[in-house]
Ligand binder design. Structure first.
Ligand code: ZN
Length: 214
């Protein structure tokens, strides 16, 4: 089955019927916001989003590096592959994922697609995950958490920490600065250590405030 949106085609199966409308609504609501964040007018290339109800087909298309991977952006072919909800639940560490997380998972990958168009090259730095987790709104309901070390931040998949540092960057430095990090990887690497330290203190202070209010 297929749904056609402006610049996007979603390929899905019967098992996705319960949440497909929610995916489309969220893409409508937040897709433009994400495009505008990067000062883009529209997607340069048509985007295909594939929902896989068969983990074998997913793995054949995605070649995931980790057993917990549930979605991936393919920059070269301009496509996003994600697992259907019933298959996500079977994946390592995902047995408690909510059905409402599916549209956010797609928005997360959609940020990666827009980031590539903005930066003009494949970007391999933690900033891309900070952007994807923050602008998608994926962790907006989760408490701030910076319980990773600098090494984890640079090499890991500590998504909640990426979302936290992303929120800090937006709140304290603003969108233009975030975009500068998103464009210039060398600059991002130079800025990493102080951003990490500042975010840690910021989270600690926020938690002290929260404790005081209780
Ligand atoms: Zn990502």
């Amino acid at each position: 089955m297929k749904k056609e949106l402006t610049d996007i085609t979603i390929h899905y199966h019967e098992c996705d019927l319960t949440y497909i409308d929610n995916i489309i609504r969220k893409l409508d609501e937040k897709g433009n916001e994400i495009i505008q964040f990067f000062n883009l007018e529209h997607l340069e290339n048509h985007l295909n989003i594939y929902l896989w109800n068969d983990v074998k087909q997913f793995e054949e298309n995605v070649h995931p590096q980790h057993s917990y991977t549930i979605g991936k952006t393919n920059f070269k072919n301009h496509r996003i592959d994600i697992l259907s909800y019933q298959e996500i639940l079977k994946r390592e560490g995902h047995d408690h994922d909510s059905i409402d997380s599916i549209p956010y998972l797609i928005l997360h990958e959609f940020v990666h697609i827009c980031h590539l168009q903005y930066a003009g090259l494949e970007y391999g730095c933690w900033v891309s995950e900070a952007l994807a987790t923050t602008i998608s709104g994926q962790y907006d309901q989760e408490p701030l958490n910076m319980n990773c070390n600098l090494e984890h931040l640079l090499n890991g998949t500590w998504y909640i920490c990426y979302a936290t540092i992303g929120k800090y960057i937006l709140e304290q430095y603003g969108r233009e600065y975030f975009l500068k990090l998103a464009k210039d990887q060398l600059f991002a690497i130079q800025e990493t250590e102080h951003l990490y330290e500042e975010t840690k203190s910021w989270v600690m202070e926020k938690n002290i405030q929260l404790d005081k209010n209780i």
